[in-house]
Design a protein around this ligand. Structure first.
Ligand SMILES: *Cc1c(COP(=O)(O)O)cnc(C)c1O
Length: 354
């Protein structure tokens, strides 16, 4: 069976470094906070070219502390996308704010024109998201945010290595094992402006200011040292792995373009192809035909957030692109260790199934 992603191949390649990171963590007898976490944060800040990074226990909690740090409070409206994992919308709700979901553009990213239409006097922030591994139209969103005095946060869970930094006030990353830069458990980070990241540090640690003073109501949203050290061990490999993903995507697109809708590149940033998404009319038939040929596929996301029962009270419009995407997208196997033979097999199988 050819799976949609292969977590083990990253481990095999970085085994010596990852094993050493795990042994090191156990030897330090330090599992939450401390020098290893600081080292992870400063290394990541340097890698990303940002003022500061606050690590978190996941991207979901990164989004929550980022919203809090940006001053989003109960009753505020936050404009976001519906074509995303539920975390994006859930985080807005969990800080007491109101998600206003708008439609996407042809790159599956939040549509700036739709954002402008959704702005009201209650709007406090825009929570954008880099769908599938390429930047949303972040410069246009920055322009809108400045024009209307809004905060701008970017859910960069799909885009480690391609997210544009220092345009949004904060970028939030996921190191969930399934992501292109994955830990061996839950982990995340907030990156960006030093003053805001400082507030994120407080909110992720129970709102603690100093050891015994709790300035705000916060969360337990800290990273495990084990994950921080594993991520430090994997960081040097990511660029190479992302480049291989890009190469695989070019091979897929060149061969499949006459047969299915292949992903469009907006060239706002490099694409890291966290997932490689095609769009077809008869998706169910293709899924089952590929399955018969031993190829696993995945659907991000079959039910858009605005149609999820949990968020039903926030449904205001029925964005047509979002709903069309939910019915037609399908992602093919994508991981750096796919061989050229495997890629060809996937291509032939798709073409023979259409
Ligand atoms: C995976 C994902 C998240 C959640 O990340 P966790 O680290 O698992 O909390 C948030 N947003 C998007 C777009 C994601 O794909």
């Amino acid at each position: 069976m050819l799976f949609r992603s292969d977590l083990q191949s990253q481990y095999r390649e970085a085994k010596a470094d990852i094993d050493a990171a795990i042994a090191h963590t156990i030897a330090t007898n330090s599992f939450i906070t401390g020098p290893d976490v600081i080292k992870f944060e400063t290394t990541l800040a340097e890698y990303l070219g940002v003022e500061a990074v606050a690590s978190t226990g996941s991207c979901t909690t990164a989004l929550q502390v980022a919203l809090k740090a940006c001053g989003v409070v109960g009753g505020d409206e936050v404009i976001t996308t519906s074509h995303t994992f539920v975390s994006t919308v859930e985080a807005i709700c969990n800080v007491g704010a109101i998600p206003v979901m708008v439609d996407i553009d042809e790159y599956y990213n939040i549509n700036p024109a739709a954002v402008i239409k959704a702005i009201t006097p209650k709007t406090k922030a825009i929570l954008a998201m880099d769908a599938y591994g390429q930047s949303c139209d972040i410069h246009e969103l920055r322009f809108i945010a400045n024009e209307y005095g809004l905060m701008l946060i970017n859910d960069s869970a799909h885009s480690f290595g391609s997210a544009i930094m220092n345009v949004a006030d904060l970028n939030c990353f996921s190191f969930n094992p399934i992501k292109n830069f994955g830990a061996m458990g839950d982990a995340g980070a907030v990156a960006g402006r030093a003053d805001l990241v400082e507030r994120c540090r407080m909110f992720r640690d129970h709102g603690r200011n100093t050891k015994f003073v709790f300035e705000e109501i916060g969360y337990n949203a800290r990273i495990d040292n084990l994950q921080a050290n594993i991520l430090l061990a994997k960081l040097p490999y990511i660029k190479k792995w992302n480049e291989r993903r890009y190469q695989i995507a070019q091979k897929y697109s060149a061969a499949l373009e006459p047969f299915v809708s292949v992903p469009l590149e907006n060239k706002i940033s490099d694409h890291v192809y966290y997932v490689y998404v095609i769009s077809v009319e008869d998706r169910d038939a293709l899924v089952s035909s590929l399955k018969d040929k031993g190829i696993a596929t995945k659907i991000n996301y079959p039910v858009p957030c605005h149609l999820q029962p949990a968020f039903s009270r926030y449904t205001r419009t029925l964005p047509w692109r979002t709903e069309l995407a939910a019915k037609s997208v399908l992602s093919l196997p994508m991981y750096h260790s796919l061989t050229d033979e495997q890629i060809d097999y996937v291509i032939d199988s798709v073409i023979n199934s259409i």
